[in-house]
Design a protein around this ligand. Structure first.
Ligand SMILES: [Zn+2]
Ligand SMILES: [Zn+2]
Length: 1010
């Protein structure tokens, strides 16, 4: 019997033998397609090829594609584990023709592969095929019908279905066509409903679709004006027309898991060798508490088996998703991953395993699938760490969730039983009058959603408490949430490229070898998104040239800047501010056509990009500038013009240094931190580089130093940077072991950048000739971008120089600031003696090891100095406080004359500036003690703001409350306040009114007494 591995291999070999190129699976995270949550079909990576936007050097391809369907449109997560054929992760085998062969060959190949004894050898009497019956104005696929019969398929084995089952379209518009499916009869034992003799077409599980052949035959074109359909928030046309495609194409998909079940003669995909080892391992890992698993198996064996299937399935999905760079989070892809992980973990709990276990499954998934997906080898440890982290985190959440559940059940019990006893006649929507109390479904759903409490757990807890579980309410809340999730993902609608670009020819790129190309023809001009014939002086637009040295922004590297120069006019005609790919292969230069210079100011600034500190044109530029000044009339740039395209060489060289440095950094990070480090994004600009990578914890300072040391050693070694062009991708990955990057889509032949034995990467960027050209690489920053992703920023070349110059300036400041006496004192205190302390003699080497003397580095010296100053400041502040308090207290003796008798109550209003609030409180206490019985009002002005405090002795608080006194007084200084009857505080903004306010305090008390 064939193993799953052999079946996958056989499928690919069959099509390779029929002239197909074997293409490696693309990432589960779709490249550049925001409409798609996860890669869900083999054709995803060929979408642009089918649309004619991209050309490959082959027209027939075959692949085994990693796919995930969960969340988004294909939301069948809840079913997985409880059926024979639902999965979150699966492999899709497919063969593709891009305008090469069509229906006839596709049908012949399919029939040969599955029926020939040399290949899959499935008995013909077990097979059915379907064709499109003609519906909605689209004709019946009579051609396919005849072709199936020509293969020897019996007439009564060909069934016809409509648009829903047998017609496929890529989107609202674009390629579409009829399809044919091949189904396999699993026999009556496979019927979920126990049917013993149902016919083909019954969906009880007996007849299983194993292969879908899509015949891309038409182009669906919108007719009329496009409008936004509010119902599902998508753009539509009033009507459509089907035009025949000039080069019809083929796209097929065969689920590996299904066909493996067929060929291994089992009913469920989970009984194949793709799953059995995982299920066994799941049983092992969760069965450590034997008694409980036995308990479950005894009481609900189906449930236990389903839980094991869930764990097996989800561990595959989680392993591949994390390996492709997805991390658990609360939105988008990360949210779906989190749901998958948590569902697997809860099923482990249902089997009695409360400790982390899922992270161990990751290694078994690797063992099972690494032959087909070697990339797993490198990521497993990282994946396992991510999973374990989520298990620990989820355990904490679950504990909180259980507490909540217990509490809510208790509350509901109390509420519902009292309600029904006290008011039996009252009708309420949620209470089943007369029946047992019911736990509301929306509450259950909130616990399920917020804490990930499994539904089963909630149901069990309800039952234990003697409550009913509100199934309908739960289902309704679930449906609502799913609708919301779908709606939110739709937010990102695919931005299709402006049609104007799709017609354009590709530009020949010469920038790997040179920064100047001559006689470049202007093939097209785009102005305001429209094709145009010319750009006038001062106008902005995009220009397509037949050949160009300008690097278009990609792979993290910024697009080149420079100028377009006219030989004929002997002048710069346009400034190029950037270059990018509007569609694959087409390089668009963003330009501004030169306008009449405003004389001198213009003449000073060369026509260089605005790369501050970077953009100075070399040689050419200055010459050009002189010419520019002499010209009176400025040229218009027209389609058909010939120009010289000149890249700003300084800008490019600085960018190249950073790009090559990025490769060294990537390799250095992997060397020091581990092989789990994977690029998650990068920016290569002239002035710095930024590199994001997967790593769990902050990178320690020592680790950063190690990385810096390591990569700068590579620089000093002046290793040659080898560029190997046109390497088949499998050779690059399997022989060169080149690192392919996450989310990046590669063609079939790639460019490999190899730096000695240190770094090998697939890369289309521009690089230095040898590592020595990079200059010093200095890491400036390390930090977190999101959970599990870190970012490093670094500078090279002139950037490093600039950085050190700045540091040096700082050092001079520090030297002036940190006194030699200080250093000497430190030395006396036991710090290593430097012997020489004068600036001129001691080198500013931060780590003087090996030079025989120890000198504080400027940073150390500054730190010591600041610490010392800090302590000094604190001491002084304390002293100042004490002095102020002393003087305020001593003034207490002289306040006698300010104490007035107001209707028999002693009142004192007194000003004490620059006191802290706590000091004012102390002072109020002292004054209250001094007068024995009465009211004390203190005001203080400090730095333009006012503090007020009122104290009333206890014996008077029944007549006078401090809060009532402070209100009107505070108002005077533009503030308000309040407090206890015996003590109230307030603030204010107007120190100039403080004296008046205090003067009025006596009147306020008088009023209160009156
Ligand atoms: Zn049936
Ligand atoms: Zn690169």
């Amino acid at each position: 019997m064939m193993t799953g591995f052999e079946i996958r291999r056989k499928f690919l070999d069959f099509f390779v033998q029929k002239g197909h190129r074997e293409v490696h699976s693309s990432s589960l995270v779709p490249h550049n397609d925001p409409t798609l949550l996860f890669t869900n079909a083999g054709m995803n990576q060929f979408k642009d090829v089918f649309l004619g936007l991209e050309k490959r050097d082959y027209t027939r391809a075959t692949s085994s594609q990693k796919c995930v369907r969960a969340g988004g449109k294909h939301n069948d997560l809840e079913n997985v584990g409880f059926t024979n054929r639902h999965h979150t992760f699966f492999e899709m085998l497919g063969n593709f023709s891009f305008g090469d062969y069509f229906k006839k060959d596709a049908i012949a190949y399919a029939w040969e592969l599955i029926t020939s004894n040399e290949w899959f050898g499935i008995p013909k009497e077990k097979l059915y095929v379907t064709i499109f019956n003609g519906e909605g104005g689209v004709p019946r696929d009579a051609e396919a019908y005849d072709l199936w019969l020509a293969q020897g398929v019996a007439k009564n084995r060909v069934y016809e279905f409509g648009l829903k089952d047998n017609f496929w379209q890529m989107g609202d518009t674009g390629p579409c066509g009829p399809c044919s499916e091949i189904h396999y009869d699993m026999g009556p034992a496979a019927s979920d409903q126990g049917h013993t003799d149902c016919a083909f077409g019954c969906d009880c599980g007996r007849y299983v679709e194993i292969w879908n052949l899509v015949f891309m035959q038409f182009n669906r074109v919108g007719v009329g004006e496009r409008f936004l359909d509010r119902e599902d928030n998508t753009w539509k046309y009033p009507s459509y027309r089907l035009d025949p495609l000039p080069n019809p194409s083929i796209d097929t998909g065969m689920g590996l898991e299904r066909v493996t079940a067929v060929l291994q003669r089992v009913i469920s995909n989970y009984e194949t060798d793709l799953f059995v080892p995982l299920i066994e391992r799941a049983a092992e890992l969760t069965g450590s508490l034997k008694s409980s698993i036995e308990h479950i198996q005894e009481h609900s064996p189906d449930k236990a088996a389903a839980s094991l299937r869930v764990i097996a399935d989800h561990s595959r999905a989680a392993t591949f998703l994390i390996s492709d760079g997805v991390l658990p989070s609360n939105e988008g892809r990360g949210y779906v991953l989190r749901k998958i992980l948590r569902r697997a973990i809860s099923h482990g709990r249902q089997l009695g395993q409360n400790r982390p276990f899922l992270f161990e499954m990751v290694f078994n998934v690797r063992d099972l699938l690494q032959d087909a997906y070697p990339e797993l080898n490198e990521t497993t440890q990282h994946v396992s760490d991510v999973v374990r982290n989520e298990e620990v985190r989820f355990a904490r959440t679950l504990d909180v969730g259980f507490e909540q559940l217990k509490e809510q059940i208790q509350n509901e019990l109390v509420k519902q039983t009292t309600l029904s006893e006290e008011a039996p006649g009252v009708e309420t929507a949620t209470i089943d009058v007369g029946g047992p109390p019911k736990f509301p479904g929306d509450k259950a759903f909130r616990l399920y959603e917020t804490f990930g409490l499994p539904r089963d757990f909630i149901e069990d807890a309800c039952r234990d408490a003697g409550m009913k579980f509100d199934t309908e309410g739960f289902e309704a809340a679930l449906a609502e949430e799913q609708a919301r999730a779908r709606a939110s993902w739709k937010g990102a609608t695919k931005q299709t490229a402006n049609p104007v670009y799709q017609q354009l020819p590709k530009s020949v790129f010469e920038g790997y070898l040179q920064t100047r190309s001559e006689d470049c023809e202007v093939l097209a001009i785009i102005k305001n998104g429209q094709g145009a014939q010319e750009l006038k002086p001062g106008e902005e637009g995009e220009v397509i040239l037949d050949h160009t040295p300008f690097y278009a922004e990609s792979g993290g590297q910024v697009g080149d800047r420079g100028v377009l120069y006219s030989d004929e006019l002997n002048a710069v005609v346009a400034e190029v501010k950037g270059c990018y790919y509007p569609v694959q292969g087409v390089r668009a230069h963003r330009v501004v056509v030169k306008s009449v210079p405003s004389s001198r100011t213009e003449s000073k600034s060369p026509p260089s990009p605005k790369g501050e500190g970077w953009g100075t044109l070399t040689g050419d530029g200055r010459k050009v500038q002189e010419v520019v000044q002499r010209l009176d009339n400025w040229p218009t740039l027209r389609v058909g013009d010939k120009v010289d395209a000149v890249v700003d060489a300084g800008f490019r060289e600085a960018t190249m240094r950073n790009h090559t440095a990025t490769h060294l950094l990537h390799a250095g990070l992997r060397e020091v931190l581990g092989k789990h480090v994977k690029q998650a994004g990068s920016l290569v600009a002239p002035n710095h580089l930024r590199f994001d990578f997967s790593h769990f914890t902050a990178v320690e300072d020592e680790e950063l130093h190690d990385i810096e040391d390591l990569i700068n050693k590579e620089v000093l070694r002046n290793e040659k940077v080898d560029v190997i062009e046109n390497v088949p991708i499998d050779v690059a990955v399997n022989e060169y072991h080149a690192m392919a990057l996450f989310g990046e889509k590669y063609g079939d032949r790639v460019r490999v950048i190899k730096i000695g034995d240190f770094s090998t990467e697939l890369c289309g960027g521009t690089h230095t000739g040898a590592t020595g050209e990079i200059g010093l690489i200095k890491i400036l920053k390390e930090g977190s971008v999101s959970s599990g992703v870190r970012r490093v920023e670094a500078v090279t070349g002139e950037g490093s120089l600039k950085h050190f110059r700045r540091d040096h300036e700082l050092e001079n400041v520090v030297s002036a600031f940190v006194s030699p006496t200080f250093r000497q004192n430190q030395a006396k205190d036991g710090a290593p003696s430097s012997g020489e302390t004068s600036k001129s003699k001691s080198p500013p080497s931060p780590e003087g090891e090996g030079w025989g003397t120890h000198e504080y580095s400027p940073a150390e010296a500054l730190k010591l100095e600041l610490e010392k100053k800090d302590a000094e400041i604190k001491r002084l502040a304390r002293e100042l406080d004490q002095v102020r308090m002393k003087s305020a207290s001593s003034s207490v003796a002289s306040v006698g004359e300010k104490i007035k008798d107001v209707r028999g109550v002693k009142v004192l209003a007194h000003r004490v500036d620059n006191l802290e609030r706590s000091q004012m409180r102390t002072l109020v206490d002292q004054l209250r003690d001094k007068i024995g019985s009465g009211v004390v009002v203190l005001g203080s002005a400090t730095n333009g703001s006012v503090s007020l405090i009122v104290g009333v002795t206890k014996d008077l608080t029944s007549k006078i409350q401090a809060g009532k006194v402070i209100g009107p007084v505070a108002q005077r200084v533009g503030g308000r306040g309040g407090g206890r009857p015996d003590l109230a505080e307030a603030g204010g903004k107007d120190p100039s009114s403080l004296d008046t306010a205090l003067g009025e305090a006596y009147g306020v008390v008088e009023k209160l007494l009156g």
